[in-house]
Design a protein around this ligand. Structure first.
Ligand code: SF4
Length: 703
């Protein structure tokens, strides 16, 4: 019926879901979004996927929080806390903003003053704007006085960023996704863009139609394989073996770009020594890919005019995630496949603003623009800008914060738009930590699984209700614009953060997102040249853009790397196996991830009617051979159990899942996949091993 109703206004904005950052237009009538159409943005050229087109009515869902909530004195906090669906707000009473804010910030202040700044922590959000992320980390650093501030980048690409910062001095992509149109060889590993970056996947298909060769590497087959010249279904957990074997081939067959290695890199000799042990013939048994194929793809990659690597969480979410990324970086460097159109390194960012939230400093070790908190000169610069003294010690990461709560060292948290009770590994442990907190303030649009544990809940604004900038996976800073009003007493997040800051003794008076953005430009070289007016006129500006008028560089590292000596550092990787291997007790491997229709912990998409109608129930996807062995058929209930928990879900058959593994999306609260996952961390990126843990299956159970 949408076609019959005429919109009374159109508002240009961007998509709130994945990191591709498609530009779109809302068609609005009577303060409601009637429909959404694609706009001619640099990342999407009018294309949208099902989420961007149909995923907006969550903003008008009856479960939106419209009043501040305060926990009732008699409402217990317990990790197994069961919500009464007929009265989900039972544990809370409604309050005025005045009362809620005074209580929320007052208790945090009390903890800070009695137990010290490090007894507090804040989780920001990759779903908020750059301005919200910046103000939130500034509040934690200057109001709490600690660097205990993190967000879910820790759970997606922290290892990729650790490897990239170490090697090239910058954590962002070298080339935009659409550069695949200039590639001769596209090397895609540990990523299923058809589901997670759908419009990005369309560019890859277009590139193949134009003659590019696509190599897909993944333990789980996806439909892009139909477009690939080579599909390497390697055994889960063996990335380093496979990639080192490719590098071994390139060296052995004389395909190294010697000039590039000599002029632009350091550490090649050690890398060479390391990969000498990894012949394709030896590695074939480990990774399950024939030596001949490994040699073939290595040759293709090395000798093409332009080869580009794109990767996802299949690479990063391992205890050897940083090593996996180091191998990808070395592969590109030894072949000189960087610094030109159609080449380079692209870690596909998951959330619409995970790049921007990281840039803005929602990271415990660094200030905005990845400037180390431990560096005195840098710290002094921020002390001057923010007019206060700052903690010189790096803070705790997401998983470390949960451990610190269990250890009785951390007592109060402020969580904005993040849902660790669903997204953390081993969520039972995380929920237990949240329940143990003396004081928890949650700012969100719904009563999320995390908000169930809150002492005060502050009702915030949804994406289409606010103005702000968002940075996509291509480093494009884009303007999101308000199209509708927040419901009831829900308020703008920027206003809420400022009021919380006031309660902590800070006196901020930002007039709006533009005012915050202008302060960010002073703190961050990367965006110093981007003006708000230019964003309004052009909708999107790529950084680095250091001076006003700079065009913004889509391709970086053309003649040097932003490292102290201008060279890329190659770091060899040894073979490390998963933290928890299958055994006789838990013989299968669990792989977690997303579905096309659902995004992250599902708090938005499961309340978007079209998306939820397409994918309404939690399922576990299994290879037909394993189903037969278990004597179950599609639609039967299966209980999946790990050493940390168990969940029951409906079986779905899929030959794309390898024998011996199961796949479970983590968007379903009623069968939270992260009850099962392993919190073991990669030592460099501190990212948990979401992509691999041991489980066992049993027929039956209650979903
Ligand atoms: Fe939104 Fe990503 Fe889909 Fe584009 S591809 S419409 S940014 S979810």
């Amino acid at each position: 019926g949408v076609g019959m109703v005429k919109a009374d206004k159109k508002v240009d904005s961007v998509c709130p879901y994945c990191g591709i950052g498609c530009q779109l237009t809302y068609h609005v009538k009577d303060d409601k979004i009637l429909m959404v159409t694609g706009r001619d943005g640099p990342a999407n050229e009018e294309r949208l996927c099902v989420k961007g087109r149909f995923g907006f009515d969550y903003a008008r869902h009856p479960q939106r929080l419209t009043k501040p909530l305060i926990r009732r004195a008699d409402a217990p906090k317990h990790k197994d806390f069961v919500v009464d669906p007929s009265n989900p707000l039972a544990a809370f009473r409604e309050a005025s903003w005045e009362e809620a804010l005074a209580l929320a910030s007052g208790k945090l202040r009390e903890i800070r003053d009695s137990k010290g700044p490090n007894a507090l922590a804040g989780f920001g959000s990759a779903k908020g704007s750059n301005e919200e992320a910046y103000l939130f980390q500034k509040l934690v650093r200057t109001g709490f006085g600690t660097n205990n501030v993190d967000h879910c980048t820790r759970l997606c690409h922290a290892s990729s960023v650790a490897a990239l910062l170490e090697a090239v001095g910058s954590g962002a992509v070298s080339n935009p996704v659409r550069d695949v149109l200039h590639s001769e060889v596209i090397f895609l590993i540990g990523s299923n863009p058809l589901v997670n970056h759908p419009v990005g996947a369309t560019w890859m298909k277009n590139a193949v139609k134009n003659g590019a060769k696509l190599i897909v590497c993944d333990p789980r087959r996806n439909d892009l394989q139909r477009y690939a010249t080579h599909f390497l279904q390697f055994k889960p957990d063996t990335d380093v073996a496979m990639l080192n074997a490719m590098m071994h081939t390139i060296i052995e067959e004389g395909l190294v770009d010697e000039a590039f290695v000599n002029d632009r890199t350091s550490g090649f000799e050690e890398l060479k020594k390391n990969v000498a042990d990894f012949s394709p013939e030896k590695m074939a048994k480990i990774c399950g890919i024939p030596a001949q194929t490994l040699r073939e793809v290595a040759r293709m990659f090395a000798t093409s005019k332009a080869s580009m690597i794109l990767w996802g969480m299949g690479v990063s979410q391992h205890v050897h995630g940083t090593d996996n990324a180091r191998c990808l970086i070395s592969l590109v460097m030894m072949t000189g496949q960087i610094g030109r159109r159609g080449t380079g390194l692209h870690p596909l960012r998951g959330q619409n603003n995970v790049q921007g939230a990281s840039d803005a400093g929602l990271i415990p070790m660094v200030f905005p623009d990845y400037q180390a908190v431990g560096n005195r000169t840098i710290r002094q610069k921020f002390e001057e800008l923010w007019g206060t003294t700052l903690d010189p010690n790096p803070g705790l990461t997401v998983v470390e914060i949960m451990d610190a709560i269990h250890d009785g060292k951390l007592h109060g948290c402020y969580i904005m738009g993040e849902n660790p009770a669903m997204s953390d590994p081993d969520v039972d442990h995380a929920r237990d930590a949240l329940a143990k907190l003396d004081w928890l303030v949650v700012q969100d649009i719904f009563l999320t699984e995390t908000a169930y544990f809150a002492d005060v809940v502050l009702p915030a604004s949804a994406f289409p209700e606010k103005d702000g900038t968002f940075t996509n996976t291509d480093r494009q800073v884009q303007l999101g614009r308000a199209a509708i009003n927040p419901p009831g007493d829900a308020r703008q997040d920027l206003w809420i953060i400022q009021e919380m800051a006031r309660g902590l003794g800070l006196d901020w008076n930002y007039s709006g997102p533009k005012d915050v953005f202008n302060e960010m430009r002073k703190a961050m070289h990367s965006i110093a040249g981007i003006t708000w007016e230019r964003l309004q006129a052009e909708h999107s500006v790529t950084y680095p853009c250091e001076n006003e008028g700079d065009p913004g560089d889509e391709v970086v590292f053309i003649d040097k790397f932003p490292t102290p000596n201008g060279r890329a550092k190659l770091v060899p990787a040894k073979l490390i196996t998963a933290n928890e291997k299958p055994d006789t007790e838990f013989p299968m491997v669990l792989i977690t991830g997303r579905q096309l229709e659902h995004w992250h912990t599902g708090s938005m998409t499961r309340r978007a009617s079209v998306l939820d109608n397409i994918e309404p129930i939690a399922t576990v996807t299994i290879n037909p051979a394993d189903m037969a062995a278990l004597k179950v058929k599609a639609g039967d209930v299966i209980t999946v159990e790990s050493r940390r928990g168990k969940i029951a879900l409906y079986a779905r058959v899929d030959p794309n899942v390898p024998v011996g593994a199961v796949f479970i999306p983590f968007a379903y609260y009623e069968a939270a996949a992260n009850m099962l996952t392993n919190p073991a961390l990669d030592p460099f990126g501190k990212i948990p091993e979401f992509k691999y843990c041991a489980v066992r299956l049993k027929k039956g159970g209650t979903p």
